[in-house]
Design a protein around this ligand. Sequence first.
Ligand code: ZN
Length: 131
Amino acid sequence: MEFDHVGIAVRSIVASLPKWELALGVRASAPEEVAAQHVRVAFLEVGPTHLELLEPTDPSSTISRFLETRGEGMHHIAFGVPSVSQQLAEIAQRGDRLIDRVGRPGARGRTVGFAHPSAFGGVLVEFVERR
Ligand code: ZN
């Protein structure tokens, strides 16, 4: 397992990106829409890892609900694993809750899956399949 990225919920990527680019001294990837998750995302490369800015594209997006209740800020952390579905199965096997039972299409053409925050001390954890 390796660290992959930190996800940050924002109301607007266009409004937030310049602040992050200036603060980190890096340029972000072109924003990408992940239709299945009703979000638009942009990644900033920070050393060996990334920040992912997530903007909702639909009121039904989980990011919309997050912004309503908590405002902008840290949303999840993500780890790279060889197999997302296998990782999720192992978490289920030890009796912890999942959001996704199997991997699904995510940003950057990669398979992703989320565990429930109760499985990781209140932190929403995403798994990203390594290439
Ligand atoms: Zn993510």
